[in-house]
Design a protein. Structure first.
Length: 405
């Protein structure tokens, strides 16, 4: 399938606006990183404690901040609202394991003191595990004559917790104990016991993450090594498969894509975590693949167009691969945009990196990698012209083409 046939766009003639835009974005990213002291790492890399709290209604950020302020005199933990999900993420960056555990307990206890004021002696259905819930209900159910053995009590509490945590049912939080009447196995007798033993706080602690600073530092270094190793391996492959200048051009283009993406993360104050690193590695492979397709067509055309100037061959090659580039990049971009717009907060960083990387990676294959070949040819020709009267040889076009069997 071809969207465009016999196009004749002068891509290299339009390279400077894109090169200037890349320089501006790269410089802006470096300035932002310098002003902020580096990227904003997520808990995976910096170490810390994160508590994910879901509320029945709009999260009362000011009330949560006011409740935590006296408990953390050194600085109130970061509080971020997850839009559209009635959820807050409370995070602290304390730098040792013991302090992180204490901070986690302090956050949990403060939330219970502030929002968990139910009837005396009752358990909070939104913040109790299945085992504790079974222990809480076993004797009251027996005393009420519910006729449930130990296994049936376990099955009942498992169903209650599943209802609470399942989207479309409790959705992560029970707003009223009467909601539990729809759970399979909840008879009128069981419902009376639930009303006597449980209450529903207006919040639920959905998850707690703790990463020690030592582990976070190790993950930072490993992420850098992985990306650099991927770039190095691709440089070696392309230098072997094509010519070394092709490998250098491709790696510079991919490195350019990564720098701009990381810079935009800093400009928009987005966190870089393990999912973002996965997105960056995906982009390295995606952008490199797009660049190789263009380079492969350039190499094929150089065999049959030996008398043509290199810029003309490159323009022809880019035009010939234009339909393929638009189809693959366009469809991939639509998928990434869908994730970004509808994937929720957990996938926001990952999808943002994909959206930026696909856009930047597509134009870098044409307007960054290809011009490097031309610049190199002009440099070599000028150097040879200055050294003697011998005719200039195009090192990119006339060097032996390596083939594999």
């Amino acid at each position: 399938m071809e969207l465009f046939k016999n196009t004749n766009f002068d891509f290299l003639g339009k390279k400077w606006p894109f090169i200037i835009a890349s320089l501006v974005l790269t410089a802006a990213g470096f300035v932002s990183l310098a002003m902020k002291g580096g990227p904003r790492y997520g808990i995976d890399f910096r170490g810390g404690a994160l508590v994910y709290v879901k509320f029945a209604d709009t999260p009362p950020q000011d009330r949560v901040r006011a409740a935590l302020a006296p408990k953390f005199p050194g600085g109130v933990p970061d509080i971020v609202e997850v839009k559209g999900e009635n959820e807050l993420i409370i995070g602290t960056d304390l730098r040792d394991e013991r302090s992180l555990q204490e901070a986690r307990g302090m956050i949990v206890n403060t939330l219970a003191e502030t929002f968990g004021q139910g009837s005396a002696g009752k358990a909070d259905v939104n913040n109790i595990g299945q085992g504790a819930l079974a222990d809480r209900l076993r004797d009251p159910l027996s005393a009420a004559g519910a006729g449930l053995n130990d296994q049936q009590v376990q099955d009942l509490t498992k169903a209650l917790v599943k209802f609470r945590d399942t989207p479309g049912q409790g959705g992560g939080i029970v707003r009223n104990i009467s909601q539990l009447s729809t759970v399979p196995g909840v008879t009128p007798t069981v419902m009376n016991v639930l009303n006597q033993q449980l209450y529903a706080a207006p919040y639920s602690i959905r998850n707690v993450e703790i990463v020690g600073p030592k582990i976070g530092g190790e993950l930072q270094h490993q992420a850098v090594y992985v990306i650099l190793s991927a770039l190095g391996g691709m440089l070696i492959y392309i230098a072997f498969r094509f010519e070394w200048i092709y490998g250098v051009a491709a790696v510079i283009a991919v490195f350019h894509d990564t720098l701009i993406t990381v810079g935009l993360f800093s400009i928009f104050n987005k966190e870089i975590d393990l999912t973002v690193v996965a997105a960056l590695l995906t982009l390295v492979g995606y952008s490199m693949n797009d660049t190789i397709v263009v380079f492969d067509r350039i190499r094929e055309n150089l065999k049959i167009m030996r008398r043509e100037k290199l810029p003309d061959v490159i323009n022809l090659s880019v035009n010939q691969t234009l339909s393929r580039t638009i189809l693959t990049s366009g469809l991939t971009l639509l998928t990434a945009l869908s994730l970004w717009l509808f994937g929720g907060s957990k996938l926001n960083g990952f999808s943002f990196a994909l959206v930026v990387g696909i856009i930047v990676g597509t134009y870098s294959s044409i307007f960054i990698a290809s011009p490097i070949l031309v610049f190199w040819q002009e440099f070599v020709e000028k150097r040879k012209a200055a050294s003697g009267p011998a005719p200039a040889v195009n090192p990119v076009r006339r060097s032996p083409v390596k083939t594999t069997k």
